[in-house]
Ligand binder design. Structure first.
Ligand code: BG6
Length: 486
């Protein structure tokens, strides 16, 4: 079936930086269905040629070595510019009647602020554009609390069915995140060990070097917990911890993820101080460059703030598989490195054979690198070679780097997701109940922070995070895995 794609906010940052390049990657991979038309929609007038030139400029900048003039020449004819107001039904109807292909599927991507989602939905309905051939794509922030999310969602569900709404979490589009499904369910060796009997604890880290300078006002409204944990980290946690789904179809995968979110132990006033750490970056040095603290960022204009730019949380899943195995989540801005990883630390059965040599640091560990490099490392104990009378142990790492496979990659997270919208596959999109359950857990933590006056602690930009976060692990006799050096 032919597909028309309408990008609302078609000359905005998200569209230019991410969406057109991702659609181009579909063409590069031969995955763009024939006769697909892409309409960039914006309020201000533009000539088609000028619009295409603008898209090309951004595309060259964002696709690097993957830019191919021949593919661009195939792709460019798909692009069209339409001027109009997406909240005005007459505008939409005019565009539909003038440009859209008769009987084609319609994908409406809302690359605009959520404050106008409701009006756009109403306008789409009045313009007769919400039929079953329409899919709508939205992205976070979908509210900043459960209540706000439900209000936004009500606007969508009034005119669209759940199977027409594609909620993007770009982490689910990452190869390394999807690889979790392959790692867990295509390799039989892990399944018997994947539970509280054999796993001591799990760490999920997303550390970033960027600051919040140009997004200060946005960060004031979100903080790390709502910007990163409510969506990306919880989605990763779900994929790591969920039961094997009956199939990889959307309904089954999403149902299993939801069960995990529903089993998260609430963090409330009784345990919030032991279970969470909030941090805010202060001035420091990153890559040899002096950077300001959060409160000194230019956009802050000297305003005070206790918003967290770093958060660590001890999550617990109260089900048969995971009861007793904590999952530590941490994420922060202006840290010493950009990396994302999942660390599974196995329990040590301290047999008498090596009791004198085994320490807390010799437990087997499976480290899954999410970014920037993808790979898997397994820490194992080995015999140290030599003529020692004992069997001396040495800790060695089996390193499976996926860099080679990654080099073959000719797409990004968004192209994977856009491809799935075109194919009408919701597996990698977040369902309404998942978002709601995630907000439930996050809202409870935030309410406890407020009522317990749980304040941020400082950490120097360029450091690994606040000292309080190390102390937080030490209280459980554990420590954070320190990337490649641990
Ligand atoms: C976004 C957040 O959703 O994810 C940003 O709003 C964050 O604050 C970004 O920097 C991280 O994404 P990635 O793909 O660079 O890890």
């Amino acid at each position: 079936m032919n597909t028309d794609i309408l990008l609302v906010g078609g000359d905005g940052d998200l569209a230019l930086r991410k969406l057109y390049p991702s659609l181009y990657y579909l063409a590069l991979n031969g995955c763009m269905p024939a006769n697909t038309k892409i309409f960039g929609m914006a309020r201000s007038a533009r000539e088609r040629d000028a619009f295409v030139a603008l898209v090309k400029k951004w595309l060259i900048e964002n696709t690097g070595a993957l830019y191919d003039e021949a593919i661009w020449n195939e792709f460019a004819p798909c692009l069209h510019f339409v001027q109009g107001d997406s909240t005005d039904p007459d505008s939409l109807k005019r565009i539909k009647d003038t440009y859209f292909t008769q009987d084609a599927s319609l994908i409406v991507y809302l690359a605009v602020p959520p404050s106008i989602f409701g009006k756009i939905c109403t306008a789409l309905e009045t313009a007769g554009m919400t039929g079953e051939k329409t899919r709508v794509v939205v992205e976070k922030p979908l509210g900043n609390s459960k209540e706000a999310f439900l209000a936004i969602d009500a606007e969508f569900s009034r005119v669209f069915k759940e199977n027409q709404i594609f909620r993007i979490d770009h982490y689910l589009g990452k190869e390394s995140v999807q690889n979790l499904l392959a790692l867990r369910f295509a390799n039989d060796i892990f399944e018997p060990l994947w539970n509280h009997r054999h796993i001591d604890h799990i760490q999920i880290t997303v550390s970033e070097m960027v600051g919040c300078g140009n997004r200060w006002d946005f960060y004031q409204e979100t903080g790390a917990i709502r910007d990163m944990v409510q969506n990306h980290l919880l989605q990763v946690l779900c994929l790591v911890c969920m039961e094997p789904p009956a199939s990889l179809d959307a309904d089954y995968v999403r149902a299993e993820k939801l069960k995990i979110l529903k089993c998260l132990k609430p963090i409330n006033t009784t345990n919030v101080k032991e279970a969470t750490v909030r941090g805010q970056y202060q001035a420091g040095t990153i890559g040899g460059e002096q950077v300001p603290g959060y409160l000194q960022e230019e956009e802050s204009q000297g305003r005070p703030s206790d918003v967290e730019t770093y958060v660590a949380i001890k999550a617990e899943i109260e089900n048969f598989r995971w009861s007793g195995t904590p999952i530590y989540l941490r994420t922060g801005k202006r840290l010493d490195k950009r990396h994302g990883e999942i660390v599974i630390t196995f329990k040590q059965n301290n047999t008498r054979l090596f009791r004198d040599q085994l320490t807390d640091n010799s437990a087997n560990q499976l480290v899954i690198h999410l970014q920037p490099d993808e790979g898997i490392r397994i820490r194992m104990m080995n015999k140290k070679a030599g003529l020692d009378a004992r069997v001396p142990l040495i800790d060695r790492t089996m390193d499976l780097s996926f860099c080679e496979t990654a080099k073959e990659k000719r797409h990004d997270a968004y192209s994977r997701l856009l491809f799935d919208v075109i194919r009408n596959d919701q597996t990698l999109f977040v369902s309404q109940p998942e978002v709601e359950a995630a907000w439930d857990w996050i809202d409870t933590i935030r309410a406890a922070w407020a009522s317990e006056d749980h304040r941020t602690v400082g950490y120097a930009a360029g450091s690994a995070g606040p000292q309080a976060s190390d102390d937080f692990m030490a209280q459980d006799n554990r420590h954070w895995h320190n990337g490649a050096t641990d």
